[in-house]
Write a protein that binds this ligand. Structure first.
Ligand code: URA
Length: 210
């Protein structure tokens, strides 16, 4: 993948995203839609995985058949909202290795601080897909990718549901080698760092918290 930003404009993705944006969508509905949309986004983020072939036997004959090449993918969820995207993707790629990055915002410096970091081994040999539904300021995704690069990852893609132009620009400046795959880029961030029009707090909406 070379394009820095891919917007998945598939009608199913756009329709489901609209339902997720609506403020009266229930927690159960939101969660179900996120699971469905994550399958469609996973299809897009894995589109250009390297392929090799191996000999198999069908009931009729032998053939050289395509299979995905290389080491198992690493999926890395940025806690906690990333887990909503992760669950759906794991249904499609059940053998993927999984990591978690936990970051909170220091209220004085406003910088992300790491409180949890556990990732698969041999990241240097794996495609690493970082998942977080909302790319807002870009602070946490940039920090998470900094940590993953320090841990050895060299081939990283960032998958989100919604992005703000500010977050896309920040990622492009900090990590121009990391393609972003998203369902939409919205208008702007408000003064509290929410994406507008957005869908609200993705974590609260998927877990029913406030
Ligand atoms: N995180 C969210 O959950 N929603 C936003 O709008 C921005 C960041």
């Amino acid at each position: 993948m070379t394009d820095h930003l891919t917007i998945v404009d598939h009608p199913l993705v756009q329709h489901k995203l609209t339902l997720m944006r609506e403020k009266d969508t229930s927690t159960a509905g939101f969660r179900q839609l996120l699971r469905e949309i994550s399958l469609l986004l996973a299809y897009e983020v894995t589109r250009r995985l390297p392929i090799t072939t191996r000999w198999i036997e069908t009931p009729l004959t032998e053939m050289q058949a395509p299979v995905i090449d290389g080491k198992k993918l690493a999926l890395v969820s940025i806690l906690r909202a990333g887990n909503g995207l992760l669950d759906g993707i794991l249904e499609l790629i059940p053998a993927a290795r999984v990591g978690f990055v936990g970051l909170y915002r220091d209220e004085e410096t406003l910088k992300p601080v790491q409180y949890y970091f556990k990732v698969p081994t041999q990241l240097e040999d794996r495609l690493t897909i970082v998942v977080d539904p909302m790319l807002a300021t870009g602070n946490s995704s940039v920090a998470a990718i900094d940590l993953l690069k320090k841990a050895g990852a060299t081939n990283i893609r960032f998958l989100c549901l919604l992005a703000a132009p500010e977050g896309v620009a920040r990622m492009k400046q900090a990590h121009p080698d990391v393609p972003i795959i998203t369902a939409a880029v919205d208008s702007h961030l408000n003064e509290k760092g929410y994406i507008v029009p957005g869908l609200g707090d993705a974590g609260d909406r998927m877990f029913g918290t406030k």
